[in-house]
Design a protein around this ligand. Structure first.
Ligand SMILES: [Zn+2]
Length: 209
C-alpha cells in the first residue's frame, strides 16, 4: 500500500459498485453474527471509465475480538490475509475496503469509526462501509492527505450492486488458472518420463566420463 497507487479523482460523480456475491457475503456476515463484526475487502478503480467507478469485488472476514458494541481487527489477521494474497501474486494495494456491522444498533459513523478510518491513512484512500443486522448500510470514500492534497476529503456514496456476470466469472477463473496452474515440462506418461530420465542419465554419465 503506497502513495503511488492511483487515487480516485475527487469531485465529479462518484460511482461505488459492489459485486452481487460480495454484497451477499457482507449481508450474511452481518446477519449471522450477534456481535459487531468487521473485515476488509478488495477494491479496484476502473481507470478512464466515465463516472470514476470504484468496484468492490470481494469482502474478507479477519480474526478479531468482538463485543456487542465494539470490534477490533487483530494485526495477525490482516497480515495473514496480505501474506496469502502476496503468495498468489495479488497486490496488497487492492485491499482498500474496511467494513463493519453495528449488529442491532443503527448504521452510522461513530467517533470510534472515524478514528478507525483515520488509522488507515497509510493506504492513501479507503472505502468504508457500515451496516447492521437489519440491512441498513452507509458507504463512503476517504482520500487521505498527501503532498499534493493536504486536507482529508470524505465523500458519501451510494452502493450500487453489480449483477453477477458469467463473462466476468469466466475471466476471473482464467486469471486464477493462469496464476496457479503451470504446464509440466515433461510429458505425463510414465514410459516417456523414464525414457527422458534415462537419456539425461546417459548425458550426465558421458559428461562425467
Ligand atoms: Zn461503527
Amino acid at each position: 500500500m503506497n502513495d503511488h497507487a492511483a487515487v480516485p479523482p475527487a469531485g465529479g460523480p462518484l460511482s461505488l459498485y459492489i459485486h452481487e456475491a460480495a454484497k451477499r457475503r457482507l449481508d450474511l456476515y452481518s446477519a449471522e453474527c450477534p456481535l459487531e463484526i468487521s473485515g476488509v475487502g478488495e477494491v479496484w478503480l476502473v481507470p478512464g471509465a466515465s463516472g470514476n467507478p470504484i468496484v468492490i469485488s470481494q469482502v474478507f472476514l479477519l480474526e478479531q475480538v468482538s463485543s456487542h458494541a465494539h470490534t477490533e481487527l487483530t494485526a495477525g489477521g490482516l497480515a495473514s490475509l496480505l501474506g496469502e494474497r502476496a503468495a498468489a501474486g495479488l497486490p496488497s494495494e487492492s485491499i482498500r475496503l474496511w467494513w463493519h456491522s453495528h449488529a442491532a444498533m443503527p448504521a452510522f459513523w461513530s467517533a470510534t469509526d472515524e478514528a478507525a478510518i483515520s488509522s488507515f491513512n497509510y493506504v492513501g484512500w479507503l472505502v468504508s462501509i457500515v451496516t447492521n443486522r437489519r440491512g441498513e448500510i452507509l458507504a463512503r470514500l476517504d482520500i487521505f492527505p498527501s503532498t499534493s492534497q493536504p486536507l482529508r476529503r470524505t465523500f458519501a456514496a451510494a452502493l450500487i450492486e453489480l449483477p453477477h456476470s458469467d463473462e466476468e466469472e469466466r475471466a476471473e477463473v482464467r486469471a486464477e488458472i493462469q496464476r496457479k496452474v503451470r504446464r509440466a515440462r515433461v510429458p505425463r506418461t510414465p514410459e516417456v518420463r523414464v525414457a527422458v530420465t534415462a537419456a539425461s542419465a546417459r548425458r550426465n554419465w558421458r559428461r562425467s566420463a
